[in-house]
Design a binder for this molecule. Structure first.
Ligand SMILES: Cc1cc2nc3c(=O)[nH]c(=O)nc-3n(C[C@H](O)[C@H](O)[C@H](O)COP(=O)(O)OP(=O)(O)OC[C@H]3O[C@@H](n4cnc5c(N)ncnc54)[C@H](O)[C@@H]3O)c2cc1C
Length: 421
């Protein structure tokens, strides 16, 4: 079967399609964690908000991901400060490092029912050659006061329950949750506070409406708003061609087992941390609240309907824990990530009153939710200075050829990872 969370998440709130003409302060396009969190933070500030999604809240990556709440950006903190300068880099590191804390406290403050646990994120090195990089990352976060520790081979075996890893970094800021529940719960509180959220309402066009306002048209209605936030990430369509060309909308795949027997579950990640491996073709996994193994990695560049479509992920799990050979794989699914050439998420001001944030590079659960607070500030005040810098979208050269390039990169990554380079 397909997406596990559609069976385990809290019920979806009512989000009927948009009908007729509407006016509001801010229109948010896309009801993933970015858009919904932006909407919630806007209504909390007293703004009139409409959210439109082509499908439903949490339909995109936000309701399909691995459920890992990971701190930091893809690049190491020192690298971020080198790339953006000490002042901007420091703010970006602080924001991304504190993003899980922000999310867990938001969950607590609003009483969001999403199986949240804060047991820490393990970043594990498969090959001894990757160890130096993991140790460096750990040292850089420790130098910034983060609750991070370096685990040697023996310590990581105790934390994971398997012998595969040469070492790891344990970052206690991270954790896990049911991501579709989180998206639906933020939608619920935003609706309760007065936001209008419409599913089945793809925005087909967006045009200036005079006086600095924007008009968005969907199949059966339209919205005129003083400002617009585009929050469409890997699902960005022809509505924003410049944005679409600035990212590679890679598919990621996830498989889940049936709930594991106590005896097996007690051996895998006994502290219920979450884990992701270093390397170019990343594997990540956790046990959920019902003790299902939820494991993700690369799969086919298309939607998949069950775990049979990703035998390599199931086989990898069995190599980690041979006891899994007798376990049923009940779910398998895919979703679109937005990758950027520089590995950073991008904040764009496409025109006055029209902002976009996308390109989480597979690390959006914490960042997207925390970013909602920032985007809400900016949507209400164009001079608001955010932690992330505003840049112009850059088209990726030869963008239509990305599927070929991705295939080549995955093969290169697989070989490099195998060789430990
Ligand atoms: C398989 C997979 C595993 C992942 N695992 C993790 C993980 O474990 N931890 C982590 O931190 N991150 C993970 N990520 C990344 C994370 O899920 C994303 O970064 C995050 O969910 C992005 O949220 P979003 O709201 O920006 O976009 P999305 O959740 O993708 O939402 C975009 C929405 O825009 C809507 N849309 C698009 N065009 C239009 C339009 N014209 N009109 C109206 N609506 C439109 C879509 O219907 C969609 O609902 C994973 C992603 C995938 C795909």
């Amino acid at each position: 079967m397909g997406i596990l969370y559609r069976e385990t998440a809290v019920a979806a709130p009512e989000t009927p399609p948009l009908e007729g003409e509407r006016r509001c302060d801010v229109l948010v396009v896309g009801a993933g964690l970015t858009g919904l969190s932006t909407a919630w933070h806007l209504v909390e500030r007293g703004a009139a908000v409409t959210v439109l999604d082509a499908e439903a809240p949490g339909f995109g990556a936000s309701g399909r991901n691995g459920g890992q709440v990971n701190p930091g950006l893809k690049c190491d903190p020192d690298e971020v400060e080198r790339h953006f300068g000490p002042e901007r880099g420091r703010r970006m590191n602080a924001f991304a490092g504190e993003a899980p804390g922000y999310v867990f406290s938001l969950i607590e403050r609003l009483g969001l029912r999403c199986e949240a646990r804060r047991n820490g994120t393990v970043r594990a090195a498969v090959h001894p050659r990757q160890l130096e990089a993991v140790r460096r990352t750990a040292e850089q976060w420790i130098a910034r006061g983060a609750p991070v520790e370096y685990l040697d081979r023996e310590a990581v075996a105790a934390v994971t329950g398997c012998e595969r890893y040469a070492g790891a970094m344990l970052d206690r800021r991270g954790g896990d949750l049911n991501p579709l529940s989180l998206a639906r719960e933020i939608a619920r509180v935003a609706l309760g506070a007065g936001a209008a959220v419409h599913g089945d309402s793809r925005v087909l066009s967006l045009e200036p409406a005079g006086g600095g306002a924007w008009r968005a048209r969907a199949a059966r209605g339209s919205v005129t708003a003083k400002s617009v936030v585009l929050a469409t990430n890997g699902y960005t369509d022809a509505l924003a061609p410049d944005l679409r060309r600035s990212i590679v909308p890679l598919f990621g795949s996830v498989a889940a087992t049936a709930p594991l027997d106590e005896a097996i579950a007690a051996r895998i990640l006994p502290g219920r941390n979450v884990l992701y491996e270093t390397g170019r073709v990343t594997v990540y996994y956790r046990l959920d609240r019902a003790n299902r193994l939820v494991i993700g990695g690369r799969g086919p560049m298309r939607e998949i309907a069950d775990a049979a479509a990703i035998p390599q992920i199931r086989e990898y799990a069995r190599r980690l824990w041979p006891a899994l050979s007798r376990v049923a794989w009940t779910h398998g699914w895919g979703g679109r990530l937005a990758m950027t050439p520089d590995h950073y998420p991008h904040l764009h001001e496409l025109a006055p009153g029209l902002i976009a944030f996308l390109g989480y590079n597979g690390r959006g659960v914490a960042l997207a939710t925390a970013m909602g607070a920032e985007l809400a500030r900016r949507a209400l005040d164009p001079r608001a200075d955010l932690a992330m810098p505003v840049t112009n979208p850059k088209s990726i050269p030869l963008h239509p050829l990305w599927p070929l390039a991705v295939k080549a990169a995955i093969w290169h990554g697989r070989v490099s990872d195998f060789l430990g380079r």
